[in-house]
Ligand binder design. Structure first.
Ligand code: CP3
Length: 357
């Protein structure tokens, strides 16, 4: 694996990639999408490999990782739910009450249901020829649980939260059931060649710190612990794992202690504050530019990247230590790919060990 992601070691500059880097802001991605449905791309190892490689080709020498093209919602599909993308996620039959859990598959055979992701990972690893490492990923149980109950996106998460408060035990049981599928799925990804794993808890920040600790955190800890044990038993070397609990900025200390190697943060917390919050477990941090800065032109991008680099260096250590540069959330459609290139160039320049900030 490229040394640039070696668990918090000091590097010449910060390694950088962006969430959703293979996506609709790229004309070459939109061209593939004109011909193929979203989940058709996910299920075809040839198409998934092609789309995963698109940003690594366009930004060769600037971008330090690839992330396998897929979606977090392939887990609910593997558990037996129908999920459509039109244009956002849509579940025709969401889980309305705990009785509906009986409709889910009792045992999920991830090799059978998600073998196409493993095939895409292996094919992409070969196609990358060691140029950059390949990241695998999974949704976090709480975020997946919320989608499975809401049946799609939601501003309030009213249905999912009603479950937590009205059926706490059934909710915890379902969260752990999802976590077990995540463990099998992530294990399969590492076996197939993934070199770093990220868990997306995109809706972590919708929970109070108490509810996050009660419902989300135990399933996140379970994933980290069980996966490491599974890999050790199989004699497979562990890979670094990133936890991205979007918005859970009052829970960073517990997140850092949850068994992961990297903590992904959004732009609503200052890097220096995040560092201070996780002092007891000083793992690496990933993030955290507001993706909307990419719409504001070159001067704003340069200014804000410089400020981010200053914040991450902070505290006197003039080196990009234990930091993976990224946006604070996924890149959105409509960003000019040349402006993203400028973002990468600015990160290279201002995160360098000897940069003047
Ligand atoms: O990062 C990458 O380039 C890898 C691919 C990737 C996708 N989705 C492709 C995608 C990853 C890592 C995801 C994760 C994902 N999917 C998350 C967690 C990250 C986050 O953004 O919070 C979530 C919540 C989903 C669920 C999902 N998939 C939503 C809400 C949507 C629609 C909204 C949107 O952003 O378009 C999707 C669709 C989706 N997943 C697209 C892509 C490129 C765009 C759909 C299209 O091509 O038509």
């Amino acid at each position: 694996m490229s040394s640039i992601f070696n668990s918090g070691e000091e590097t010449e500059r910060a390694p950088v990639w962006v969430m959703r880097q293979a996506g609709r802001y790229l004309p070459e991605f939109r061209k593939v999408r004109e011909q193929h449905e979203f989940f058709e791309i996910c299920r075809s190892p040839d198409l998934a490999t092609e789309v995963t490689l698109q940003p690594t080709r366009r930004y060769a020498g600037l971008l330090d990782a690839a992330i396998i093209f897929s979606d977090i919602l392939v887990i609910p599909q593997a558990m037996g739910m129908e999920v459509l993308m039109n244009p956002g996620p849509f579940f025709p039959e969401p889980l309305n009450t705990p009785a509906d859990v009986a409709k889910l598959r009792k045992h999920v055979d991830v090799d059978k249901e998600l073998g196409y992701v493993f095939a895409a990972i292996t094919q992409t690893r070969h196609a990358l020829k060691g140029q950059v490492p390949l990241i695998g990923f999974s949704g976090a149980p709480w975020t997946l649980f919320a989608y499975m109950i809401e049946g799609g996106g939601s501003k309030t998460l009213q249905k999912a939260k009603t479950w937590l408060f009205q059926y706490p035990e059934e909710s915890q049981a379902l969260l752990m059931r999802i976590a077990d599928v995540c463990v099998d799925y992530l294990f399969g990804q590492v076996k197939a060649g993934a070199q770093l794993l990220q868990i997306f808890d995109s809706w972590a920040g919708e929970l109070s710190p108490h509810d996050f600790a009660t419902f989300s955190l135990p399933s996140l800890q379970h994933i980290a612990t069980s996966l490491r044990a599974r890999l050790a038993t199989a004699n497979i070397q562990a890979v670094p794992m990133t936890l991205y609990p979007k918005g859970a900025n009052m829970s960073l200390a517990t997140c850092a202690a949850a068994g992961y190697d990297v903590l992904g943060i959004d732009w609503c917390v200052e890097p220096s504050h995040a560092r201070a919050a996780i002092q007891a477990t000083p793992i690496a941090i990933q993030g955290n530019l507001d993706p909307n800065v990419l719409y504001a032109g070159r001067d704003a991008i340069e200014r804000e990247v410089k400020r981010m680099c200053r914040e991450f260096k902070g505290q006197g250590a003039n080196a990009p230590k234990a930091w993976i540069a990224n946006l604070g959330h996924g890149i959105t459609p409509g960003v000019d790919p040349e402006d993203l290139k400028w973002f990468f160039e600015c990160v290279h320049k201002y995160s360098a060990r000897d940069a003047v900030l």
